[in-house]
Design a protein around this ligand. Sequence first.
Ligand SMILES: [Fe+2]
Ligand SMILES: [Fe+2]
Length: 346
Amino acid sequence: MPLPTPRGPLSEALCADLTSGTLRPATLALADQAAASPVPLADDDLQVALYTCYELHYRGFDEVDDRWEWDPQLLALRAVLERAFEAALRDAAAPWVRACPEGTVDRQLAAMVAADDGPSLSGHMAKQADEEQWAEFLTLRSVYHLKEADPHTWAIPRIAGRAKAALVEIQADEYGGGSPVRMHSALFARLMRTFDLDDTHGAHVDAAPAEVLATLNAMSFLGLHRRLRGAVVGHLALVEMTSTAPSRRYASGLRRLGKGDDATLFYDEHVEADAVHEQVASVDMCGSLVAAEPELRDDVLLGAAIALELESRAGARVLQEWTAGRSALRPVAQSSPRSDSSAASR
Ligand SMILES: [Fe+2]
Ligand SMILES: [Fe+2]
């Protein structure tokens, strides 16, 4: 995939450096400036720069040498951005964690889910969203769903015993249980094609506002730091625990538009699978992890709270744009129809 379109001085310099092969000291200085953003989670330049750094650990970019993945200077630049990002994530998550009652970790997670009373994007998609809003929604969601499960997979080698077995059980389903067409990312691609959207990995990053990129960056950040293994596991648990009911609403929204199985399969699958994953994630995975490493309890709650808060901010941003009669996509890249080359390559 191509590099994302820059959104400010840092991402502009970073993309130029990755292409030319030399990271300039001036780019590092720009990272310091970006890290001073008063709103790191809503800062487009900072989020797209972080996204660019992380993507080198996934599929990389066409015009960027794969060796950049472990370039010490680039990792130093990323660390500057991550310090600001982590501080903002901890701030955003703090109220959820503080409100958690005492008890077993699975009960604490359930209480956190129950306390979420934010505006419901899934409710809007079920009852009101038209074809155009659905296309925008899928365009934005594709930033994560086309690499669904990958960020949490980083946690597998970092934990052990029953918690690891539970994580692998969940991930095996996410990856289709051995069937490439059943992979959740593939089911999402199939759904996108019913809206004639480009389903190429990373195709819609330019359309995603900072709040949406931040949801993916947070997963990558937690997943790529072993010290935060409790948090990435908590993040996954929250995702699984908040999937069944919204997935049912998304599927009904698609049926309301007259869409068939190709479109609804992704959400139907989540209604079924996540009813099981919810227990496996909260009791077997998080419960066993905290039993084995009690000091990770706070991190599990932190990761869950980050997932909840960022999802709610991204959803609120989308609803706010629609309520104001605007597109939820960034204007530089409205959702584009499938290109002939991507259609031909499937
Ligand atoms: Fe999934
Ligand atoms: Fe799941």
